[in-house]
Design a protein around this ligand. Sequence first.
Ligand SMILES: C[S@@+](CC[C@H](N)C(=O)[O-])C[C@H]1O[C@@H](n2cnc3c(N)ncnc32)[C@H](O)[C@@H]1O
Length: 275
Amino acid sequence: MSLRKIYYLLPAYLRFTVRRIVFLPQDIWTSIFGNNELMPPKGLIFTGSGDFIELGNKLVNSLKVHCQLKPNHAVLDIGSGIGRVAIPLTKYLDKEGRYDGFDVIKTGIDWCQRHITPNHPNFQFHYVPLKNDLYRESGNNAADFVFPYNDNSFDCVVLTSVFTHMLPGEIENYLGEIQRVLKKGGKCFVTFFILNADAKKFISKNNHFNFPFSKGHYSLMDEKVKGANVAFEEGYLEEVFLQKKLKVYAKYLGYWAGREKDKTVDFQDVIILEK
Ligand SMILES: C[S@@+](CC[C@H](N)C(=O)[O-])C[C@H]1O[C@@H](n2cnc3c(N)ncnc32)[C@H](O)[C@@H]1O
């Protein structure tokens, strides 16, 4: 049984505790001898593996290149985690710029409110108690959630590795809300696992990263933990974008399914939507 499968077998709250314990010695060491760089303790980074700072810088660079992000822009970070995108943005957005992030995990929001907002009051973080079976067992339904922001109020919306953990009714609601809060001409940087003929050919040969549970226009990696990883049929996504009046401005398929890394922008598939 793979480590990934064992991890999914644990209840959501235990996944956080295990991570905290595993990294505790390293976090104590860093708190005494570290270089004071703005970064959460490793044991609190519940949002995935890889180099937290390097990946955050890469994402912000992608926003500049693919969404024409400017220092005075207003950014909404959906599923803001524990500040991976917010931290590098503090060095890019100026005083006229603005950042709002929201997430269903309070620990991440609390850490960002304590460590980022005091020095950057134009960075605000908002906890929303919504259910997601990978991250928390209870909560309200994300398919009914109305974002707490005004219409036409953001130049850029970003979701990195968030719709890869959400189900169709939820992403349909979120895409409608994204359309509502984006300014006209504003861009949304969003990552997915997209199923098309090409991706299916690749994953049929991959035993480690695939989506064996087909549910029609989406497929699951783990049938018991639905939010573990979710992939969507390309045709379904195109229909939803059309229905929600969001134009596909650009699409960069990722290397998750086995494409050559050098020829891709990211591990996940990236779509840039425009209002
Ligand atoms: C893989 S993490 C990525 C976090 C962050 N975007 C990053 O790149 O570091 C997925 C995030 O989505 C959040 N999430 C899950 N369901 C959500 C929902 N319905 N609304 C907002 N955030 C959600 C999780 O709590 C988690 O922080």
